[in-house]
Design a protein around this ligand. Structure first.
Ligand code: GDP
Length: 530
């Protein structure tokens, strides 16, 4: 038990999120460098070169230069065992990001200092804020010309709706980047550009009160710093652990991932400001990670990760207790015991088989097609379930047909498997079988992923016909009313989901109200009830 407590207290599990190109991969790589998981930064990935990140599994990601799926990496630093969950960098994958955030205890948001909060990813960042978990902000690329730090903070506060609390403060940027001031230690670390940040940088640190400091950063920048510190002390929100924990206040760090500047101090502050895995909510109350037997929930399912082994992997977040390879656990939703086989974890550049893991860790296990997103696995006798993971309402719809009609079976298998992963939702015409398939997605890029994956993994070419619908409503009381008799609008379509539940698709939001007016008994809901 003492050992279990120790192991769990060492755990930190966070998701890293950014707009593409803000520097998430570079920062992750530098974390691994400090953790000793890799010796030379640059080996994990150079996306612009021919090398690809460990976390980029799918071909399409390489082609588009975006992360479509999220992956997990583990490393050790300063006695802590850290799990980093990578997230897709495109707004169309906000649902995937949300699920990943369910498995994380905190999030690190990387922002490009020259670009600030970028329009395309506001959705992703908002999803992050919606989760009410601690969010840490790393404003990157200060070795280049960057925007005014006050303007960057204002933007985060206004656009994302979260207050900011700068933990360090940049002195200049670009050619005039002198270093950063740490508001807690009251010390300035001087910036020296080094060989592309391939090695851990040696720091040169001065006390703010050291009379030598102005000589190093110039009198002009020293005076500017004095002025800034006065403003910050007067106007910036103070660090407040409770507000950070509730996701209302984000500690902000300035640095440069590429040159490795500010990365290690970020990591140190981050580890001291975050907590080890906390109790999680279940339908039978809170589950304490240390007191309880093994429990976990599935937050992601990914098929065909490795084209050589056409397997499906279910990723789970361990919430309590200890995991032993090959152990048998209760799969609550499936109503039976299952053996968790081929458990894997990602370490820097390889997938490795794990034989032990603890509350806070993320593992992937072989999924023979039995798991669904949100499922609970546990070893206690209580048979509790963890809070479900919400599904986002699709906003884009298309009719999907396979070009070669002989490939019907593969086609159906492909779309069903991809739907089980949660990347798409499948609907059918209300009065027919599987011959017409309508696919709904949260972000339209998922149509591209679907087409690509069907071709590459299932050898099926498809044609998509875009449909004009953008709003979806499930019919809550369909057992009580005559669904075929609903008096609709011209932009409305009646379809059913895979569980044969009827629902309505609308092109225009105002039609929803009109249909409700015309059908007094009709009850609609934005969400499907499972
Ligand atoms: P991601 O898409 O968020 O994972 O971004 P990457 O880590 O792949 O970085 C995108 C580009 O920005 C790459 O060319 C990096 O070398 C570059 N980059 C990342 N961090 C910095 C930084 O601190 N300073 C500068 N100048 N470039 C950076």
């Amino acid at each position: 038990m003492a050992n279990l407590r120790e192991e769990i207290e060492k755990r930190r599990t966070f998701a890293i999120i950014s707009h593409p190109d803000a520097g998430k991969t570079t920062l992750t790589e530098k974390f691994l460098l400090y953790g000793g998981a890799i010796n030379l930064a640059g080996t994990v990935k150079g996306r612009k070169s021919t090398k690809h990140a460990v976390s980029d599994w799918m071909e399409i990601e390489k082609e588009r230069g975006i992360s479509v799926t999220s992956s997990v990496l583990q490393f050790n630093y300063d006695g802590k065992c850290i799990n980093i969950l990578d997230t897709p960098g495109h707004q169309d994958f906000s649902e995937d990001t949300y699920r990943t955030l369910m498995a994380a205890d905190s999030a690190v948001m990387v922002i490009d200092g020259a670009k600030g909060v970028e329009p395309q990813t506001i959705k992703l960042f908002k999803v992050c804020v919606m989760r009410h978990i601690p969010i840490f902000t790393f404003i990157n690329k200060f070795d280049r010309e960057a925007r005014d730090p006050y303007a960057l903070l204002d933007e985060i506060e206004e656009v994302l709706g979260i207050r900011t609390c700068p933990i360090n403060w940049p002195i200049g940027c670009g050619h005039n980047f002198k270093g950063v001031y740490d508001r807690e230690t009251e010390q300035v670390s001087l910036f020296h550009s080094n060989a592309g940040g391939k090695k851990a940088v040696e720091k040169e640190v001065f006390d703010y009160k050291d009379p030598e400091l102005p000589n190093h950063i110039s009198q002009e920048y020293f005076e500017k710093l004095q002025e800034d510190l006065e403003i910050l002390d007067g106007a910036a929100d103070a660090f407040d652990e409770k507000r950070v924990d509730a996701g209302e206040l984000t500690p902000v760090f300035f640095g440069s991932a590429l040159t490795n500047f500010g990365v290690e101090t970020f990591l140190q502050h981050f580890l001291s400001m975050t907590k080890s895995p906390l109790p999680r909510k279940s339908d039978q109350g809170m589950i304490d990670p240390v007191e309880e037997a093994f429990s976990a929930f599935v937050f992601k399912i990914q098929a065909n990760m490795d084209p050589k082994h056409r397997d499906r992997v279910a990723f789970m977040r361990i919430c309590s207790g200890e995991f032993d390879a090959g152990m048998e656990v209760n799969h609550i939703q499936g109503g039976r015991k299952v053996k968790l086989s081929q458990p894997t974890q990602m370490m820097a550049d390889e997938r490795k088989i794990v034989d032990k893991a603890y509350g806070g860790d993320i593992i992937g296990v072989f999924d023979p097609g039995i798991f669904s997103i949100g499922d609970t696995l546990e070893l206690s006798n209580k048979k509790f379930v963890y809070e479900g993971i919400p599904t986002f309402a699709p906003e884009h719809f298309a009719r999907v047909r396979q070009i070669d009609t002989m490939k019907r079976k593969q086609f159906l298998k492909g779309v069903s498997q991809i739907a089980q992963e949660g990347a798409i939702q499948i609907f059918q015409e209300y009065n027919s079988g599987m011959e017409e398939i309508i696919v709904g997605v949260v972000g339209s890029l998922q149509f591209e992923v679907l087409t690509y994956r069907l071709k590459n993994e299932y050898n099926v070419e498809v044609r998509l016909e875009m449909l004009p619908y953008e709003h979806i409503r499930w019919i809550e009381n369909y057992t009580e009313i005559d669904v075929s008799a609903i008096s609709g609008t011209s932009d409305m379509k009646l379809v059913k989901d895979l569980k044969d539940r009827p629902l309505l698709l609308f092109a225009h939001p105002w039609s929803i109200g009109m249909v409700l007016d015309r059908n007094e008994n009709l009850k609609l809901s934005e969400f499907s009830r499972n």
